[in-house]
Design a protein around this ligand. Structure first.
Ligand SMILES: Nc1nc2c(ncn2[C@@H]2O[C@H](COP(=O)(O)OP(=O)(O)OP(=O)(O)O)[C@@H](O)[C@H]2O)c(=O)[nH]1
Ligand SMILES: [Mg+2]
Length: 216
């Protein structure tokens, strides 16, 4: 497993770097999807299922951004997809310069969908454009349906919201309707997919949306 140590980007203009990276990836026909959520919401589990369901049609790569360890990248390699572990030098987010260096280190010539599993937290990753074509947020049922009220920016910045662990709905006081209403008030254009990465419920709709983004 390769681990790349990333330090803070030297350029001050993250937005310009992000636009340049987005344009370069579009030119190469690569869809970069930035996955954001709190720690343990189920990012890696959902990526494993998505890759296994779609790997006959696409070549996947995953950049796992964490402060330490290589466990997530090893999980992705275990299912046969390309992966690199990026260490953020204690930083709580990825920016465009860090994303570009991780992409270069991984190598993406033969890939057509690349996931960036961003550092787990609901605040900092929403503030930095990574250069991804699409931003996807994951919220899990045990975290509660009030999260759109407390962390609005991430919901505003995301193109899609995956509400995961719906198989645990009976055990938590989570209202899907209330959650959707709160999210849509912040971002009327967001696509919402309730799923369980364990049972597979709802994953087809999310994967169809992902397929549409690759084709676009
Ligand atoms: N019941 C249930 N458990 C899930 C689901 N998805 C993930 N989990 C469990 O949630 C825990 C965390 O899952 P991960 O996929 O490692 O979460 P993560 O967001 O990648 O975690 P970090 O990378 O550490 O932030 C594990 O115990 C998973 O088995 C789901 O849909 N349903
Ligand atoms: Mg993970």
């Amino acid at each position: 497993m390769r681990v790349i140590e990333l330090n803070k980007s030297i350029t001050a203009s993250n937005d310009a770097d992000a636009d340049a990276l987005r344009a370069a990836l579009k030119e190469q026909g690569i869809l970069l999807v930035n996955i954001m959520s709190s720690p343990g919401s189920g990012k890696t589990t959902l990526l494993e299922r998505t890759i296994m369901d779609m790997r006959d049609r696409h070549q996947f790569g995953v950049m796992e951004a964490d402060i330490a360890s290589d466990v997530d990248a090893l999980r992705i390699e275990k299912i046969g997809a390309k992966a690199i572990q990026a260490h953020t030098d204690g930083m709580c987010h990825m920016d465009a310069g860090m994303t570009e260096r991780a992409l270069t280190a991984m190598g993406c010539d033969e890939l057509d969908i690349i996931f960036l599993e961003n550092v787990g937290n609901l605040i900092c990753p929403a503030e930095f454009d990574t250069g991804a074509a699409k931003n996807v947020m994951i919220l899990s049922v045990p975290e509660g349906d009030d999260k759109p009220l407390k962390y609005p920016l991430m919901f505003e910045k995301s193109d899609a919201l995956i509400i995961t662990k719906i198989d645990t709905m009976d055990y938590f006081d989570f209202s899907l309707d209330k959650c959707k209403e709160r999210v849509l008030r912040l971002n009327p254009d967001i696509q919402i997919f309730p799923v369980s990465a364990v049972t597979g419920e709802g994953c087809k709709e999310w994967e169809e949306w992902l397929e549409e983004q690759v084709q676009a």
